[in-house]
Design a protein around this ligand. Structure first.
Ligand code: HEC
Ligand code: HEC
Length: 439
């Protein structure tokens, strides 16, 4: 990371700075520290702006052009960014949608998928889907999507395989074929970049397979670039030693690691390739999240003949579709991939307060609600109606039954005995994870 090295260099210089050593009173020292923060801040800005303007490799640039190209959808109206907006932490940016079903409409009006978009940032370090045997059980790790079905087995990268899905998904960008995606790229303003990166024959119809794979690899290259995975949050600044957390944030971080048990899954250890903490260990768990009564998929009978009886089996549903993994399906029904918590509170500050949605079906609308759920899922009675909204559940002092009542994790969550103030402290800590921090 460019800005990290700059900042570290600056810090080692500043330590030797005689001006600091002779700072007579604590107050002067404080002013000096503030000045240092301002300088660091400028470095942050330079590095971020610098990166977006020039530091992308050709493959990353190509991936960026593809990621933001609305012409790569059947009605020329939707790019990846429609559901993964950088200002909203690379997830759905629409407050009204997030407040309701939290599922985004595809290029074709009225067509909806069945899940909330997770962040498309910090997804590239996820390893190829595999399992290890732990306590005589298969523990699945890696892949992309809530259910891991972009395994990475074919291209060696889950994110690259994931990127090839939305263009052809009838409920998303809805193009009829890979050849059609390539035809559109080859007619775009960045067509020459495409052949430069993917080979001079990439627009030749006989090369569809290789050229389409190259599209996926380029998109994942962009998703893995320092423009997307910035590691530029207040928490990163804290880890690098040039900003302090407030008392409440620090308390929240400590609870996150101890009584809250959050770090058991949203790990604070370095990532698989030595990245700063990714807040996910890429495993799967069933938290017992209730159904989101406003999920538009329930009434989309052409794609969902089960209507309101439909339940999302997550990882188990995917494993059942594979002969090699089928024996493990039942034990993984209801499990979803542990998402990163980076940018979980990020939104476009220009727009004022926004609503985001949390969990695979966007049931929760605030961080306080989901933390309260972790804390009290098993301490409160079940709501009479399984389709109770989060606001009503909070008001009634109950939680609806889980969407998938089997394999629910009762060891690490459900009755944490956190006080109200401790819940708030955890929320305050989660708010330090937004990229683009300015001291
Ligand atoms: C209509 C909304 C929509 C569009 C358009 C869309 N996505 Fe997504 N994206 C989603 C949803 C919903 C999921 C989760 C789906 C699931 O788990 O079944 C998702 C999942 C992902 C993930 C997985 C993250 C993880 O941690 O597993 C990545 C990465 C991603 N999308 C990138 C992209 C890219 C790249 C494009 C463009 C080629 C794109 N998305 C287009 C809605 C969208
Ligand atoms: C047993 C593993 C596990 C533990 C422990 C855990 N989580 Fe999670 N977390 C998950 C999984 C899995 C999901 C997705 C669940 C779903 O969508 O059904 C999730 C989702 C979330 C989300 C929503 C993110 C998004 O983008 O939608 C937040 C916020 C969150 N967890 C915070 C926490 C906090 C705070 C704690 C501690 C109080 C915690 N988690 C403890 C596994 C865990």
């Amino acid at each position: 990371m460019e800005h990290e090295t700059l900042v570290t260099e600056y810090r080692s210089i500043s330590k030797k700075d005689p001006l600091i050593e002779i700072a007579a009173s604590e107050k002067e020292e404080e002013i000096m520290l503030r000045k240092i923060f301002v300088v660091i801040n400028v470095f942050f800005l330079i590095s971020i702006i610098g990166v977006s303007a020039s530091a992308l490799t050709l493959s990353e640039q190509l991936g960026k052009s593809i990621f933001f190209d609305t012409n790569l959808s059947i009605n020329n109206n939707q790019s990846c960014a429609a559901c993964h907006a950088s200002e909203s932490g690379w997830t759905g940016p629409d407050t009204a949608i997030n407040a309701g079903g939290a599922v985004y409409e595809g290029s074709i009006p009225g067509s909806f998928g069945n899940r909330k978009p997770p962040s498309s940032a910090y997804a590239t370090p996820s390893p190829i889907l595999h399992y290890v045997i732990e306590k005589k059980k298969a523990l699945f790790i890696g892949g992309n999507f809530w259910d891991g079905r972009a395994t990475g087995e074919i291209l060696g990268s889950p994110a690259a395989e994931q990127a090839l899905g939305p263009f052809l998904n009838p409920l998303e960008q809805a193009l009829p074929s890979a050849a059609e995606v390539l035809t559109r790229i080859c007619a775009s303003t960045y067509a020459s970049l495409f052949t430069q990166v993917c080979g001079s024959g990439a627009c030749d119809p006989t090369n569809v397979n290789a050229a389409y794979d190259c599209v996926g690899l380029s998109v994942s290259a962009y998703e893995g670039s320092s423009e997307v995975n910035q590691y530029s949050s207040k928490y990163d600044a804290f880890l690098n030693g040039f900003v302090a957390l407030t008392k409440e944030e620090k308390q929240g971080m400590n609870l996150f690691k101890s009584k809250g048990k959050c770090a058991n899954c949203h790990t604070l250890d370095p990532g698989p390739n030595g990245e700063p903490p990714l807040f996910t260990d890429f495993t799967y768990a069933n938290l017992g999240v209730p159904r989101n009564p406003m999920n538009p998929f329930y009434s989309e009978l052409a794609f969902n003949p089960m209507g309101f009886a439909w339940i999302d089996l997550g990882l188990g549903g995917f494993l059942a579709s594979r002969t090699d993994y089928q024996p493990f399906a039942a034990a993984n029904n209801g499990k979803m991939k542990v998402p990163t918590l980076r940018n979980v509170d990020k939104w476009d500050l220009m727009l004022g307060p926004q609503i985001k949605a949390y969990a695979h079906n966007g049931y929760f609308k605030t961080l306080k609600q989901i933390v309260h759920f972790y804390n009290t899922r098993d301490a409160k009675p079940s709501c009479l109606n399984a389709f109770t909204s989060v606001e009503d559940a909070m008001a009634q002092g109950c939680w609806p039954v889980p969407e998938v009542p089997v394999n629910v994790n009762a060891k690490e969550l459900g009755n944490l005995h956190l006080t109200d103030a401790q819940e708030d402290a955890i929320v305050a800590f989660l708010k330090t994870l937004s990229d683009g921090f300015m001291p």
